[in-house]
Design a protein around this ligand. Structure first.
Ligand code: AMP
Ligand code: MG
Length: 400
């Protein structure tokens, strides 16, 4: 059986971006750049005032007993730069207004005393005060965002500044979700004897959508050879990734892996040394990818957050694909069952200087109640039998 890291490497190797497109910046939140964004302008684009005040040449103050002649026309944001500043002249400038050539300093309006065409100042400024120099933040031609960066609000602001409208991004992968199991009924039905409601289907769709990935729901599949065959016959027709739940462990009705192979899928892994989630399958047929997640709800969730998440990020060309593990201190000692790498539902406490994490007393991979109370998965490495309070550990945040 392979390890979680080995499984992630297999997924990364099998998943690359599948095309790119231009989208309006207004619709680009969460998309991954297919090409670097380079600025075609300096930022600031011209010397400008950071305050409402008076623009002046600081050396003129010495020669004029601190009083300067006020230019009649003030400079406002959006004005073209006025004529160069004459000797002994000052100009009223608003925040963001271009400074005329020669103005090297701005004195805030609060420190000014204008009187009949002349202005004197309460404070002695230093050269450069309250002036934003052209290009001091960004020089034209410099790369602002690399390809592979996922756009957030800050990235979108930079892209707009650089004129990257529309912006060139990788295509989003499309996902189809199918639940399998003859015991399942939809959420709106009351389960009969031996039945239970499908919670994985809605959960897996939500996990896709909270990443902005379009996901469609397939009809539920019963534990029946024909139904499973039909599922794989159509796999990849309308999606890049088929995600199923159930039917991948060693039970008599765990029909999916052999059916997938008969349908021409190459199994890239089946079984990962982890708890929960051990029976997980990853396979491919041509461009179609299939993740077979175990049916137990917490197993399904963990496998999605580790493996499907990696695939979706890699298919989108994300240069730092998930899952992202973060450090924390263990809030209390933990004993571990078995030797497999373990992801346990846990609660974070971020109120102290260091993040502290405490695992929940869940009852196992079916315990959706505990999973819903958790805000993190505590990662316990393979072979660890016990962790002590204060040990440095890592966790995956349960966002979305
Ligand atoms: P399986 O992986 O098919 O053996 O299923 C393992 C356990 O997960 C069984 O107890 C199933 O009833 C349960 N299960 C399977 N699919 C779902 C689902 N879609 N929603 C909730 N529980 C499920
Ligand atoms: Mg089943």
């Amino acid at each position: 059986m392979i390890t979680v890291d080995e499984a992630l490497a297999v997924i990364s190797a099998a998943c690359a971006p599948r095309g790119s497109e231009f989208v309006p910046l207004a619709e680009s939140l969460g998309r991954v750049l297919a090409r670097a964004v380079t600025s075609d302008v300096d930022w600031p684009p011209f010397d400008t005032s950071a305050m409402d005040g008076y623009g002046l040449r600081v050396e003129d103050l010495a020669g004029s007993a601190g009083s300067l002649a006020e230019r009649t026309r003030p400079a406002a944001a959006g004005d073209a730069p006025g004529a160069p500043l004459s000797r002994g002249e000052t100009v009223r400038v608003m925040t963001g207004a271009p400074l005329p050539e020669g103005a090297d300093t701005v004195v805030p309006v609060e420190d000014s005393m204008p009187e009949s065409g002349r202005v004197s100042f309460r404070a002695t400024p230093s050269k450069g005060d309250h002036v934003r120099r052209r290009g001091e933040s960004i020089a034209a031609g410099s790369e602002l965002l690399p390809a592979g960066r996922r756009l957030d609000a800050r990235g979108i602001a930079l892209a707009a500044l650089a004129g990257a409208e529309p912006v060139f991004v990788h295509r989003r992968p499309r996902v189809a979700v199918a639940v399998t199991g003859s015991e399942l009924v939809p959420a709106e039905r009351r389960p009969g004897p031996g039945q239970l409601r499908d919670s994985n289907g809605p959960m897996l769709l939500a996990l896709c959508r909270s990443r902005g990935v379009p996901a469609a729901s397939r009809l539920p599949v019963s534990d029946d050879e024909n139904a499973v065959r039909a599922l794989f016959a159509k796999a990849g027709d309308d999606e890049d990734v088929l995600v199923t739940s159930g039917g991948v462990s060693a039970g008599d009705f765990d029909l999916l892996p052999p059916a997938a192979e008969r349908a021409g899928f190459e199994i890239l892994f089946h079984g990962v040394a982890m708890r929960p989630g051990k029976p997980v399958v990853f396979a491919r047929r041509g461009a179609a990818l299939w993740f077979g997640l175990p049916g137990n709800p917490v197993s399904s969730a963990v496998c999605f957050r580790l493996f499907v998440r990696r695939a979706l990020d890699a298919l989108e060309g994300d240069a730092s694909p998930g899952p992202r593990l973060l450090p924390a201190r263990l809030g209390r000692a933990v004993s571990v069952r078995g030797k497999r790498e373990t992801d346990r539902d846990a609660v974070l406490d971020r109120s102290g200087p260091e993040t502290s994490i405490v695992p929940l007393e869940g009852r196992g991979s079916h315990d959706l109640g505990a999973h819903a109370r958790a805000d993190a998965l505590l990662r316990i490495p393979a072979g660890v039998e016990r962790l002590e309070e204060g040990d440095e550990v890592s966790y995956l945040a349960l966002e979305g």
